[in-house]
Design a protein around this ligand. Structure first.
Ligand code: PEP
Ligand code: MN
Length: 653
């Protein structure tokens, strides 16, 4: 059992709580977890938890049934998001809705090798650099690493490429010497139960990557994490790297099932090392993809510019080209499991901005900080747009909830939000015309970025509602449309449209009426404390919504938020109409096709107030030579009517 003390508890209150516990047969220890002060208990005491919970100075009591108390999900329900390189200019997060990839060689072999590898893996989107300077090798005659010199090379390479570094520490003495150069310590599989090392490394309060021992059970692994947490580190990431089984074809056996199991038992992020798990280059990428599909928060991958020359683990190291291919596959797979690949480190946190929800809807607890500039979305807590926002700007991004799409454009225009996130298209139900219309009404706003979110709809009700008792269902009309097949099976249900899916959930939470349900995402159910009656009710599981990030226009384009990366824009959106004469649309499209410009979308829609006249929406790929695109635009502008250039941005996969 753990007692979390209130942040404003005074020493006298703390002493009284301790006395209360020891009087009832517990041994009490002082602990810290992140910024929280805790009292840990052991022994066979008996206590009335309700009475303990209301003692002055007590914030809450977590009664865990697990021996790993701090690591247990019973103690902390929400996922831990670990920040590595917090004080660097490129801090990286592990956990939450993003997939984080660590890459680098097995061992640092020299300055040029690590510099070259770092540059290659960074280019493909790795955000943390790995590499061993002190190598625990099975044979004493094998390459043992370059030691401290290797660490210095690695630090230099990490700084040159903007990547915090993670490296293995093999002894407490070395830990002290390495501390100032390392951003994240790795505890290797062979040292998972080196408890003195765990205590020492934990006491630094730095991020730690804890590998699973080759023969460790999940419980033993979590107890090792507990050592780190209990000694002072709250930033622990677990790494499954294969366990020893009777199978000899692969180096170890990747325990894929450990990923969902551990994520259920613990709030700590879990990443996977497929390189050491399978030990065979050709099998690394399939295993890596399986890990992502099973819910891993990231990967650590061995990459070498010339694996055949590697001094250690060459046979399992990927060529940089293979790593690039894997990253593209991970990027494509991520939305299927509701995640996004973190290809670019977030900008360094600067100051703190609380999270405001306008319109008298109260506030979402402020946590962490982003750039301090708010991002507007439409809906309440748990809305799909909020998920998209977190994906684009990070979980901690300060956000502004507004009641309509128009209010997003207003907030961006008047500066109360730096960016906005708006849905423009769903893969099942098509274009959200309202937002295209808003682009035309707000010419000073342009597109800055794009992302796609997989939409998994759930039927959500109050805790005492059963699906058989449902009579009224609330959602956004898009929610109804995307769940048509499911709703068709329940023809007696009365459908009530709401402004957005999360608002539908919130209204049910507020009214608490039995017989009512909402169609929305799992996050909305969680945010409003309701129950999922049925998950995955969308007609087709390949259900994606495309969101655009908008900002105030600066010339032809809008500034791109740093969290979306610095890759060159390769897509543009435009809207125009044409004169009512033969070949006028053809002539406009020919301007693009003559220059080899590909279109990824062409849609027409009636112009409001002008019956039988049409607007054409176009998404075009910007060719390598931007001059071609500029020339095409100039010509198109002269030829088309009502020409609107909505912006250029990096296409999401
Ligand atoms: C490593 O990652 O370099 C390593 C030695 O891995 P493990 O401890 O999992 O064998
Ligand atoms: Mn290795």
């Amino acid at each position: 059992m753990i007692v979390v003390l209130s942040r404003d508890a005074v020493p006298k209150e703390k002493e009284l709580v301790k006395l209360y516990l020891s009087d009832r047969g517990f041994t009490v220890r002082d602990q810290h977890f992140g910024d929280d002060e805790l009292l840990g208990t052991s022994g066979k005491g008996m206590v009335d938890i309700r009475e303990l919970s209301i003692l002055p100075g007590v914030e809450r009591v977590a009664a865990t049934s697990k021996p790993y108390e701090l690591a247990s999900r019973e103690t902390k329900g929400e996922d831990t998001i670990v920040t590595v390189g917090a004080s660097s200019s490129t801090p990286v997060t592990i956990g939450g809705s993003r997939i984080t990839v660590i890459a680098g060689p097995c061992a640092v072999e020299g300055r040029s090798q690590i510099m070259e590898t770092a540059a290659r893996v960074r280019e493909s989107g790795a955000v943390l650099l790995r590499g061993g300077a002190y190598k625990p090798r099975t044979s004493p005659y094998a390459f043992q690493g370059l030691g401290f010199k290797g660490l210095e090379y690695m630090k230099e390479a990490g700084e040159a490429c903007g990547m915090p570094i993670v490296t293995e520490v093999v002894s407490s003495e070395l830990a002290v010497q390495m501390k100032d150069l390392v951003d994240m310590f790795q505890i290797g599989a062979r040292n998972m139960q080196n408890f003195e090392l765990l205590k020492k490394v934990g006491s630094f309060g730095m991020p730690v990557l804890l590998k699973r021992g080759p023969s460790a059970t999940i419980e033993e692994w979590l107890l090792s994490a507990e050592y780190l947490l209990a000694s002072g580190s709250s930033d622990v990431v677990l790494c499954e790297r294969g366990i020893r089984t009777f199978e000899t074809y692969t180096r170890n056996t990747l325990d894929i099932s450990a990923i969902p199991v551990v994520k259920g038992l613990s709030h700590l992020p879990v990443i996977v090392d497929p390189s050491h798990a399978v030990g065979i280059r050709a099998k690394v990428s399939p295993a890596a993809l399986a890990a992502i599909a099973a819910g891993a928060d990231g990967l650590t991958i061995e990459v070498h510019p010339r694996p055949d020359e590697a001094l250690s683990d060459g046979p399992q190291s990927l060529f940089p080209e293979q790593f690039e291919r894997l990253m593209r596959d991970v990027e494509a797979l991520a939305p299927v499991v509701g995640k996004e690949l973190l290809r670019t480190p977030r900008p360094a946190p600067a100051g703190h901005a609380g999270v405001e929800l306008s319109g008298g809807k109260g506030t979402v607890p402020a946590s962490g900080s982003g750039s301090g500039e708010k991002i507007a979305f439409s809906g309440e807590s748990g809305a799909y747009a909020e998920q998209a926002l977190m994906r684009a700007f990070g979980e901690e991004a300060p956000r502004l909830s507004v009641p309509s799409f128009g209010a997003i454009f207003d907030a961006v225009l008047d500066g109360s939000a730096a960016y906005g996130v708006v849905p423009v298209e769903n893969s099942l139900t098509g274009t959200v015309h309202e937002n295209y219309d808003l682009f035309l009404r707000y010419p000073d706003i342009a597109i800055a970025g794009e992302l796609k979110l997989r939409i998994v709809h759930c039927l959500i009700g109050s805790p005492d509602t059963e699906i058989t008792g449902v009579k009224i269902v609330r959602s956004h009309p898009q929610g109804f449309a995307q769940c048509k097949d499911f709703l068709d099976k329940h023809p007696l249900w009365k459908l009530e449209a709401c402004n957005d899916t999360a608002t539908a959930v919130a209204s049910i939470a507020r009214e608490g009426a039995a017989g009512m349900a909402a169609i929305a995402g799992e996050a909305a159910s969680r945010a409003h404390g309701l129950k999922i009656l049925k998950a995955g009710i969308e007609t087709n599981p390949l259900n994606y919504t495309r969101f655009l990030v908008i900002s105030r226009r600066q010339g032809r384009t809008a500034p791109v938020p740093s969290s979306l990366g610095s890759e060159k824009a390769n897509k543009a959106s435009l809207v125009f109409s044409v004169s009512d004469e033969p070949g006028s649309l053809f002539a406009c499209l020919k301007i693009l096709s003559d220059r080899g410009i590909n279109l990824s979308k062409l849609e027409s829609r009636p112009i409001q107030g002008k019956p039988w006249e049409y607007l054409f929406y176009i998404d075009a790929t910007i060719p390598e030579d931007p001059g071609l695109f500029d020339a095409a635009l100039a010509e198109l502008k002269a030829r088309a009517r009502d020409f609107h250039f909505l912006g250029t941005y990096r296409a999401s996969l």
